[in-house]
Each structure stands twice: as C-alpha cells, then as structure tokens.
Design a protein around this ligand. Structure first.
Ligand code: DQA
Length: 152
C-alpha cells in the first residue's frame, strides 16, 4: 500500500445477502445488494479508494476468496453472515492472511437470538460494526482508509 489513493478494498458478503431487499426487510432493510454495492462504490470514489464487491453463499468460496486477497487487496470489509457464528474455516482464513479485516453486520446481532451473540470471526478482525444497517459498511470503508492512511 503506497498511499491512501491506491487503497484496494475487498467487500465480502456472505450467504443470503444476495437476497437483501426482499429478505426479512424488517431486520435487514429494503436496500438491495446491488444498491448497497453502488453506495460502496460511490463512497470508495469519495475516499480515493477502489472497492471490489463479492457475494457468496458457499463457505469454501469465502475461504478461497479470503486466501486470494493476500497481496491483491489492502483491506477486507466482511459480512460473514451466518458463517460468523460457526465457521472456524472462515476465521482461520482471515487469520492466515496478512490483509486486515473489519467485520460488519447490518443487524445488531446482540439484540437477536442467543446463537447470533457469538462471532467466531470477530477476534481475528480489527473490529466489528453491528446494527447500523448499510451505514455500517460505509463506516467500515472509511475506517479501513483511515487505518491504511495512518500506516503509510
Ligand atoms: C448478519 C447477521 C447474521 O446473524 C445473519 O446470519 C446474516 C446477516 C447481518 O448482517 O446482520 O445473514 O450478518
């Protein structure tokens, strides 16, 4: 990473997030994944960064994508969705790469069912944002650029 202006950020959306907008809108809002990704692109442009958005419903694809981020991206913004709560494989992939990550959840997982209160992935990320809806992703992008800028 040379300067803030060359920051390359991977946004990784986990299972069922392709259904945003129609999926439990009271919990996850009415914004579609396409609209969310468009907001992320606009925010990245504002920050002088570039963003690539990937969504997968498959644990192995998420692991492969995290592994492939090494050397290609400066930061990962990840919503591991259901994998958050049980995927040691996703956690280990995040721990295995030197690319720092921020974990994002649209909903406040701590206000929901007990099984959502624990994240197996959060401990290997820089930090977590939960409960702020789409705004949480935008804040994560800003935080990632701030962290990278402070390092350079
Ligand atoms: C989620 C919360 C998870 O518990 C859930 O499995 C999701 C989405 C969120 O963004 O609030 O799929 O990660």
């Amino acid at each position: 990473m040379d300067t803030l202006h060359s920051a390359k950020i991977l946004v990784l959306h986990g299972p069922n997030l392709n259904l945003l907008g129609q999926r439990e809108p009271d919990v996850y809002g009415r914004l579609t994944l396409e609209q969310l990704n468009a907001r992320l692109q606009a925010k990245a442009a504002e920050l002088g960064a570039s963003v690539e958005c990937v969504q997968t419903n498959h644990e192995g694809v998420m692991v492969d994508t995290i592994q492939a981020a090494e050397g290609r991206y400066d930061f990962i913004v990840i919503n591991p969705a259901a994998f958050t709560h049980y995927s040691v494989a996703v956690r280990d992939a995040l721990a295995a790469v030197s690319v720092p990550a921020i974990e994002v959840h649209l909903s406040n997982i701590y206000q929901r069912e007990e099984f959502r209160h624990h994240s197996v992935t959060a401990a290997v990320t820089v930090g977590q944002i939960a409960g702020l809806g789409a705004q949480g992703y935008l804040l994560a992008l800003e935080a990632a650029c701030g962290i990278l800028n402070n390092r350079s």
